[in-house]
Write a new protein. Structure first.
Length: 300
């Protein structure tokens, strides 16, 4: 049997190292005796103390995102993220790379990364000897998202946590951090990444979903978004590569409703009004999705 993955986790209470405890893969224990049991859905809850001031995605928002992503509309984006992340996860022969998906949501993008690493490894060695392609940690503030993420990526360690708090991950322990439409805690990402590691960030570009954004009440693209991204990361990261991706989508009325409800606007959208809009939409709606994938390396 191959050795089980060792997750470089820190206790959210005392910052001591966490290890699998007496409950096997369902219990994490630190040296000070703080213990965390997995939920029946397979995730760990690391929200301690006062918790967070941020509103987590609801079960309905997560269900909308799961249905939309499972339909494959954003699969080219997932594939592009995986292509950019895989080299850093395969940089050291014979060792598993470590990936942290910050804001993992339903786990679709992390799944694409792990599948890409598996395919690349299959070219060079027999995966039956070690079927775990990488050590994966999925972090999200929504327990409803982690219920989905834990099923999507059972080999990953899925954690409910606040990205704006100190991350429950050891220093210089991660090869890749992926952040897809999620908050970016630059100092913490730089702390957990190894020298030469990669931070892969996905943001929307002007014109993203413009055909339906106004109709559905989705939030618009903030002006000077690229400049703010660079400024927020500039003290800790240097840019490596930027890739733009445009997708021409053909969406059903339900797809459009899911698209609107799965994002930040879902916190305040009127479900009845959205249902009425869905009923009035044509059978197919052409929508342009415009993404920017930015890759950074930590500044030594």
């Amino acid at each position: 049997m191959p050795p089980a993955p060792v997750f470089p986790l820190l206790c959210p209470v005392c910052r001591d190292a966490l290890q699998l405890g007496g409950g096997g893969a369902r219990t994490l224990v630190c040296g000070a005796g703080h213990s965390f049991d997995a939920s029946k859905q397979g995730y760990f809850n690391f929200l301690v103390g006062k918790g967070t001031v941020f509103e987590a995605d609801s079960a309905d928002m997560v269900a909308a995102r799961f249905d939309f992503l499972s339909a494959g509309h954003y699969q080219p984006l997932a594939d592009a993220i995986a292509e950019l992340a895989a080299p850093a996860l395969l940089a050291t022969p014979g060792l598993r790379g470590v990936v942290l998906d910050a804001g993992t949501g339903t786990g679709h993008y992390l799944r694409a990364v792990l599948d890409r690493v598996s395919r690349d490894l299959a070219v060079t060695r027999d995966l039956s000897a070690d079927p775990v392609p990488a050590v994966a940690i999925g972090l999200d503030i929504s327990k409803f998202a982690l219920r989905r993420g834990a099923r999507m990526n059972p080999e990953a360690l899925n954690v409910v946590g606040d990205v704006w708090q100190p991350l429950p991950v050891a220093e210089n322990a991660v090869d890749v951090v992926t952040v897809v439409f999620a908050p970016r805690n630059a100092p913490e990402f730089a702390r957990v990444l190894r020298p030469g590691g990669r931070l892969v960030v996905v943001t929307p570009r002007p014109g993203h979903l413009e055909e339906v954004a106004g109709l559905t009440g989705m939030l618009g693209i903030e002006p000077a978004k690229d400049e703010r991204l660079a400024a927020s990361l500039g003290q800790h990261f240097a840019p490596v590569e930027t890739r733009d991706l445009d997708l021409a989508l053909t969406l059903s009325p339900r797809d459009v409703a899911n698209l609107a409800y799965m994002g930040p606007a879902g916190h305040h959208l009127d479900r009845a009004a959205l249902a009425a809009l869905e009923a009035a939409l044509p059978e197919c709606t052409a929508v342009s999705a415009r993404f920017r994938i930015s890759v950074f390396e930590p500044i030594p």
